[in-house]
Design a protein around this ligand. Structure first.
Ligand code: SF4
Ligand code: F3S
Length: 104
């Protein structure tokens, strides 16, 4: 499966939801996650994200994100249509370690 990672936090551009053929994105307040059981590994969302937040779970060092996507995709509501991004999304784009300020 593909996973949404730190770069999505507070950016939440949502271009990804428009292209996913199986609608497997789930929406939190400040980021989206992918349901690993529904993702078919098509890869079309990866280049669509302006924040480069989506990566295949086969990349090393992603344990935390694999766990987070699995956990929250079971709790958060499904999202299939792009909404309004946060007004300051571009200011957060590319900032490191956004998760630490978000879920701690
Ligand atoms: Fe959806 Fe394909 Fe991205 Fe998986 S890889 S989340 S199926 S667009
Ligand atoms: Fe997040 Fe990128 Fe989608 S910023 S909401 S993963 S387009």
């Amino acid at each position: 499966a593909y996973v949404v990672t730190d770069n999505c936090i507070r950016c939440k551009y949502m271009d990804c939801v428009e292209v996913c053929p199986v609608d497997c994105f789930y929406e939190g307040e400040n980021m989206l996650v992918i349901n690993p059981n529904e993702c078919i590994d098509c890869g079309v969302c990866e280049p669509e994200c302006p924040a480069e937040a989506i990566v295949p779970d086969t990349e090393p060092g992603l344990e935390k994100w694999v766990e987070l996507n699995a956990k929250y995709s079971a709790e958060w509501p499904n999202i299939t249509v792009k909404g309004d991004s946060p007004a300051d999304a571009d200011e957060w784009k590319g900032k490191p370690n956004k998760l630490d300020s978000e879920f701690s």
